[in-house]
Design a protein around this ligand. Structure first.
Ligand SMILES: NC(=O)c1ccc[n+]([C@@H]2O[C@H](COP(=O)([O-])OP(=O)(O)OC[C@H]3O[C@@H](n4cnc5c(N)ncnc54)[C@H](O)[C@@H]3O)[C@@H](O)[C@H]2O)c1
Length: 480
């Protein structure tokens, strides 16, 4: 995707955005790209047989942290085996528990861990994080991160990663299933059969070949969907606030209205933002072709549900599929009632409406991909200090140090974002050659990474002591 910025009109407002930096990531990884850590030292014995055969020039060097000697990892909530394998393969001490822990037990358990892996049930409050004196990074092996006090974590130098895009393909495949199911009224026919009724009809049942799919939001999921839909013979148009390169023969349209007027199927794939709130309301439903279908697997706030119920009852739309709702139950059970929202029972009564409980991304493949993506991010952070993809820290990366750079060290200095810090840090680093350096800030926290050469092992303790002495320091790490 081009990293361009462009203005588009939506509901009269001019929105200017840049392609999210996360767009450069691949989605749904199915293998790790890290080498296995064979030894904690960098000697020839510690390298793989192939490295010993071919020499080590240019090979990325496996760094070891100066302070955190043996990395201790606690994984809660039955983190996928793919993630556990990557972390144990690095030689870290990994303890994996099947469930979450009550707050007091968690506080006791995480006192000395360096890395914590959780899913959505473990609440990392300021009280819990405060107890974790050695904690440098948290991996949320899930999409959401609202179970973590991200601000407190950042202010204490604890980096947090998640996996927002590993389930994109799973969502796109569900949408394809829904497009065909809506066009053939599959759920109505199936429900009738479950009630014992044989109702063979072909009226208002369609092939999808040659029909137009309109995708709103052409990001990770929207663009995957585009490819799948085209391969089934659909024409694809899309609307996005960014000017994005089309997949295959799909075409971008300049306004939401243009998309709604032309599409036989409209599928929403935008994030939850103030400007996407009720993005599909009465006016937009009215702009759609009579008998067209609406699909929403993005966020519940994107579609105005009462307006959709009205459009379904009047026959304006031919059907709809919803996977997300303005409010959703916290757990499984008989909760899809009007206690959830005044619309729930109306939705249940409509014809040709597919209702699913936020399962778009819920597949075994997505879980496995999440394990790989988050574990890879943790390894990169622990071994190299790279924060790419972090949700609460600035994104900072440097190319790897290599095996033919023996007297190099990497300095990571997380600090308060106040004037004068970089000057003081560089006075300390200045006794060595600073080969490369990058720093960035996010709110009141800044992250600096520098690779320095001509560093003897005995210098490292002194460097660490001097950096730790700076008053605006949050966390110092040296990797060598
Ligand atoms: N149902 C599920 O289980 C499930 C799973 C994963 C993601 N999601 C949801 O799907 C949605 C899309 O996810 P994604 O990973 O593709 O996101 P993404 O960030 O990759 O893509 C979103 C796209 O929407 C565009 N956009 C933003 N505001 C817009 C606007 N006002 N009008 C038009 N386009 C706009 C962005 O430019 C971007 O191209 C998100 O809301 C996410 O929460 C749901």
């Amino acid at each position: 995707m081009p990293a361009s910025a462009i203005s588009f009109q939506h509901k009269g407002a001019s929105l200017q955005r840049e392609v999210s930096r996360s767009m450069s990531f691949s989605t749904s990884p199915n293998d790790t790209f890290h080498g296995r850590r064979l030894s904690t030292n960098n000697s020839a014995e510690g390298t793989s047989p192939s490295l010993r055969r071919t020499g080590t020039q240019g090979t990325p060097k496996q760094l070891k942290p100066f302070r955190e000697q043996d990395i201790k990892i606690l994984l809660l909530e039955n983190v996928n085996q793919t993630g556990r394998d990557i972390l144990t393969g690095q030689g870290y001490q990994v303890e994996a528990l099947k469930s979450s822990l009550p707050e007091d037990q968690l506080i006791e358990k995480i006192k000395d861990v360096h890395v914590l892996g959780i899913r959505s049930k473990t609440k990392l409050t300021a009280r819990v994080l405060e107890a974790a004196k050695n904690l440098i990074v948290v991996g949320c092996f899930c999409i959401g991160t609202n179970q973590v006090d991200l601000k407190y974590a950042a202010q204490h130098g604890i980096c947090v990663f998640n996996s927002p895009f590993s389930n994109s393909r799973s969502v796109a495949e569900l949408i394809i299933c829904e497009i065909i199911s809506l066009a053939r009224q599959i759920t109505d026919r199936s429900n009738e059969m479950h009630r014992g009724t044989w109702n063979k009809v072909s009226a208002k049942c369609w092939e999808i070949r040659g029909k137009t799919l309109g995708i709103i939001g052409y990001g990770h999921i929207g663009s995957q969907l585009s490819v799948l839909a085209e391969s089934m013979g659909m024409d694809v148009i899309y609307y996005d606030v960014l000017n994005l390169m089309a997949m295959g023969t799909s075409r971008q349209v300049p306004t939401l209205k243009a998309l709604l007027e032309r599409a036989d199927f409209v599928s929403c794939h935008v994030p939850e933002l103030p400007e996407t709130m009720n993005m599909i309301g009465a006016e937009e439903l009215d702009s759609m072709k009579t008998g067209a279908y609406l699909i929403n697997a993005s966020r519940g706030s994107v579609v105005d549900i009462p307006a959709l119920i009205h459009a379904s009852r009047t026959g304006k739309i031919g059907g709809a599929a919803l996977d997300v709702y303005p409010s959703e139950p916290a757990g499984n059970g008989d909760y899809f009632t009007n206690d959830l929202g005044p619309w729930a029972e109306d939705l249940r009564s409509l014809k040709n409406i597919i209702l699913t409980p936020h399962i778009g991304g819920s597949t075994e493949e997505a879980q496995s991909a999440i394990g790989i993506e988050v574990a890879d991010a943790l390894v990169r952070y622990v071994n190299e200090g790279v924060t790419t993809g972090a949700v609460n820290m600035p994104e900072v990366t440097l190319r790897s140090l290599t095996m033919d750079e023996p007297n190099h060290a990497r300095v990571v200095f997380i600090h308060q974002n106040v004037p004068g810090v970089l000057r003081r840090v560089n006075e300390i680093l200045g006794d060595h050659n600073v080969d490369k350096q990058m720093s960035d800030s996010r709110g009141d926290v800044a992250y600096l990474m520098a690779d320095i050469s001509n560093v003897k092992e005995k210098d490292i303790a002194e460097l660490y002591r001097e950096l730790e002495g700076l008053k605006d320091k949050i966390v110092t790490r040296i990797l060598y």
